[in-house]
Design a protein around this ligand. Structure first.
Ligand code: TYM
Length: 339
């Protein structure tokens, strides 16, 4: 078993990242690595250059994201933690897979459509080929499981399509080169929505900071954001069915359930008939209680840039070793002569 996943070091880690992905990274590291699985977690800094960016900020955000991941429980001695830019095999494999990926497949990617918007002609080529790099990220290590939020499912399906086509086109029958990875998506937190709009996902790119809870937020900010979160005037229903057509209420109940490790049905059993005036402070307190220790650790870790660089350097060394055999076999399968 090999577990591989990544996060873009653009801005801060938010609750959607944490509940949708990072919490599973930590669980898999703690539970599966004891059974012999290897976990590789990386900062997708190469993906971050697909959108306009500030180089100084990217470098700072990369180090800060290492601190954030470690403070959430990623242990660099148990997992391989690195950034793509220090493992050139990711870019090499992307180019090799560009011959297999189809324009039509990439054109269908919803993230491409969302991010390029109406200005496709002005979007970067990197934004278009972004999913091929993501496929390379996981296929390079023969990943079996990829813990992600729901929004990455389509990219993972594309990675499987690329792997399948490559295996069909260039490998002998019964000797496929690439493993088809399975996405691992937490059902209770597949898609955490914005606090300001229950129909938009919680995202780093939302211009309103009130739309998300950041790992760096202090207790006051968290309470404030939860209190100001958009809701409707109805009290909480008795059953999950009663949340239909109430996206904001549904989101807050989902967050409570995910944080408390229970189900939305249990949360409603506890808060049935109560208004948001009662529910929101309880949710805020639960968030503060869980996130505060991580935030405190983060503030401490982010001070030591050298230690953070050392973590990345050590991780990259291991990742380069693991990547080498698959990369070599890919060159060979394509008939590329390398001495
Ligand atoms: P990124 O950086 O946008 O997000 C990192 C992880 O957080 C999850 N996530 C969410 N989950 C639930 N609710 C939300 N509102 C929410 N927002 C974000 C994402 O699904 C993701 O798991 N392309 C990827 C990074 C990447 C990658 C990879 C992931 C690059 N290569 C290979 C897996 C495997 C991205 O931009 O994630």
């Amino acid at each position: 078993m090999r577990i591989v996943s990544g996060i873009q070091p653009t801005g801060n880690l938010h609750l959607g990242n944490y509940l949708g992905a990072i919490r599973n990274w930590v669980r898999m590291q703690d539970e599966w690595s004891a059974k012999g699985a290897q976990c590789l977690y990386f900062l997708a800094d190469l993906h971050a250059i697909s959108m306009p960016h500030d180089p100084v900020e990217l470098a700072a955000n990369t180090r800060e994201m290492v601190a954030a991941l470690v403070s959430c429980g990623i242990d660099p001695d148990k997992s391989i933690l690195f950034n793509q830019a220090q493992v050139p095999a990711h870019v090499e494999l992307q180019w090799l897979l560009n011959g297999t990926a189809r324009m039509g497949w990439l054109n269908r990617m919803t993230q491409w459509k969302d991010k390029a918007g109406k200005n496709r002609e002005g979007a970067s080529v990197a934004l278009f080929t972004y999913p091929v790099l993501q496929a390379a990220d996981v296929l390079l290590y023969q990943a079996t499981h990829v813990p992600v939020g729901e929004d990455q499912k389509q990219h993972l399906e594309l990675a499987r399509d690329i792997a399948q086509k490559f295996n069909n086109d260039f490998c002998a029958e019964g000797a496929p080169l690439f493993t088809l990875p399975d996405p691992i998506i937490p059902p209770e937190a597949a898609r955490i929505m914005s606090l300001r709009d229950g129909s938009a996902k919680m995202s780093k790119s939302d211009p309103s900071d009130m739309s998300r809870i950041n790992l760096t937020d202090d207790a006051d900010a968290i309470m404030q954001k939860v209190k100001k979160a958009r809701t409707d005037p109805e009290p909480l229903p008795a059953t999950v069915e009663g949340l239909a057509g109430r996206p904001e209420a549904n989101n807050l109940v989902g967050i409570y359930a995910a944080m408390a490790g229970t189900s939305p049905a249990d949360v409603l059993a506890q808060f049935e008939g109560k208004g948001f005036g009662q529910f929101k402070p309880a949710l805020g307190e639960l968030l503060v209680e869980t996130l505060s220790p991580m935030a405190a650790r983060y503030r401490e870790l982010r001070q030591d840039g050298e230690a953070l660089d050392a973590i990345l350097a050590k991780g990259a060394l291991k990742a380069r070793d693991l990547a080498a055999p698959t990369l070599a076999r890919t060159y060979q399968a394509l008939g590329l002569v390398r001495g």
